[in-house]
Each structure stands twice: as structure tokens, then as C-alpha cells.
Design a binder for this molecule. Sequence first.
Ligand code: GLC
Length: 394
Amino acid sequence: MRILYLSPASEIGGAEKCLLELIRSLSPARFESHLAVPRAGPFARAAAAAGAQVSIEAWPWPMLWVGRRGRLLAIVLLPLFVLRAAGVVLRLARYARENRIDLIHTNGTKAHILGCGVSLLTKRPLVWHLRDVMAPGLLRTVLNALGRFVPRRVIANSAATERSIWGDRVHSRSARIYDGIDPSEFTPGRPDPELRRSLGLGEGDFVVGIAGALAPLKGHRYLIEAMPRVLEVVGSARLLIVGDVIHTTMGHSRYRAELEGTVSALGLGDRVVFAGWREETAPFYRIMDVVVLGSVLPESFGRVLVEAMACERPVIATDIGASPEILAGGDCGVLVPPADVRAMADAIVALYRDPARRERMGREGRARVVGRFPLERNVAGIAALYEEILQDRS
Ligand code: GLC
């Protein structure tokens, strides 16, 4: 069975990590993976290494650039987009025919829309894999309408994602399949003293960590702003930021410089360490005493939360999106309101003061991830969905 994955990304974020793991884990005897991306880059290289046949199908630059902030512009330029997008759709449809693709699987909002065109032209079934919590508005209305007719199945990576597109009346095409991680990759293990040293972290430092793309939605700013209050009580506190800017959409490129500006304006200097993008994140979680996912807009899943929990880290997350779902059942983490600097600082200090709770949370967190979010279950769910669609066709 030949699957064509469509992705709008060229760098590697959570959505891409999940797709790479899926490609790697599907049985090669049964599935052949093809991936089309708009640009060469780390994602294309990693997908090729994972065994996919990768093709670069350039998208016109405004399509890559428009995001949450460029909505108005997108509407004004809509006719131009449609025209340019039609060219991309035609080329992808040709690729699908020439390579005898059986199914198209899209991994990002723009790809869902293009995928509709490719699917209608080629009459190949389409699967949408939703990894964004949709805010009410035009885009949600469009996806909700298309989603009822064009894709054969619509995978949502959490209940939060599922509700955001369908509301309370979830459509029968919807399939809720949680993302998963490999519990043997994210293990507790011992913190690497060499890694700590290389980042300039002292032996006794209390390390608060955040991992993920540097993007305004992830709320780094509020975590940085919480540090002075944390430092009043915990003099040894350091903030370790793992990740870099990966999005091409408007408003992202200057975000790292903005954060660095906030760090110096608050006089935090070496209290905050930017580690940059790292391929392997488990060793970083292991040197963090607390891991934060402080997103100010809802996360569709929050892969880093699950990665950190599997490494037996206590976590603090904002009480929006899928985080409450992931942390439900047991005491695996603390929820705070989004963009609430004081609540964030207090939660960090409270965990600092209670090492026994941190340890317990870590253990409960790993047990929850192993039980509820193993990669195997995610892959089996998606493979079963492919098989079901294929059977319907024959
Ligand atoms: C996106 C979402 C994140 C999710 C990931 C994997 O990156 O922002 O919440 O964990 O996709 O589905």
C-alpha cells in the first residue's frame, strides 16, 4: 500500500517527529511511504533516512508565510493563492498517479486543504491528521465543512483537537488517535554531568526547563518573566530553553531575539540558557528538575509533556488544549492558567520545595505515558485505519 504524506514543514517540530516515527514504524512489507514537502531541509533528510521516498514540491512563498498573524492578508490575496495552489495540486496529483499512490495522508492545516484538491483529482482516499486546535473563525468553518465530505477519515491527536473542529457533535469520520512516544527512547536515566557543564549549569543549580519550537504560542516569554519571582526564593534556579525558531510563518523569525531582549531587560543574564535546536532531547529532560509547557494557545497534544513524563520529570503545563487530558488521572503534573506569570512562578517554587512530590510525579508520569501514550498504539491505530480504507476500496 503506497501512502503519500503531504506536509507544509521543512524543519522538524512535534508534528514532524510524530510523522517520522510513524514512517519508521510502519511495516515496510505492507506500506511504502512517499513524502512531499515544499522545501529541502532537515525534515526531508530525516524522512529519507526513515525510509520514505521524498520529493520536493515547491509551494509559492506566500503560502508558507501566511499564518495566524497573516490572516487578513491571506483573505485579500486569496484569488492569487488559489491560482498558485492549483499548480501545486496539479503537480502533486501527477506524482500520485505516476507513483500509483493508494492513499493521501496530510500532516498540517495547509496540507489538508491542498490534499482535498489532490484527492478529488486522483480519486484516491484522503486522511487528514489534525494536529492543531482550531480557534472559531473562517478557517475552522472551512475545515469543518470540507472535513464532512472530502477526507475519508479525520484523525485528531486528542479530544481537544477533535472538539475544536467538530464541537460537541463529533462526525463519524473522526478517529481520535493519540500521539505516542517510544518509552525506550525517553527513559529516566542518570543526568549527564558533562552536558550540564557544557551548558554552564552548576552542580547545585535547580534547572527549570522548556523544550519545543521557539514560537509565541509556546509562551516562553511568560516563563522568562516568572524567573525573577522564582529567583527571590530559589537563588540557584536556572532556566534552560531547548529549541529554536522553526516556523516560516509571519511573526516567528524575530522571536528568539525578542526573548533574548526580555532576558537582558530583566537582568537575568546567565540565569537563562538557550541551548538551541537539539535532535536528541531525552538527555536534556534528564538534567531538568522541572519541565514546563507554558503554551498560551491550546496545544493539540503537547508531545514534549509526554516525552518529559516518560523521563520521570515533574511537569507544569497550562490548563488549556490537550494538557489537562494528558495529565488527567494521578498526580503527574501541575496545571496553571496561561500567561499567568505569578501562578507559574508559584508552581515552580512549590515543586522546588517538595522533592518527594517531584519524584512521585515523575514515577506516576512515566506510568501514565507507558500505559496511555505508547508509540505502538498510535502506529497500530493508524495502520488499522489505512487497512480499513483499503478494504473499502477493493
Ligand atoms: C504540533 C502541536 C503539538 C503536538 C504535535 C504533535 O506540533 O503543536 O501540540 O504535540 O504537533 O502532534
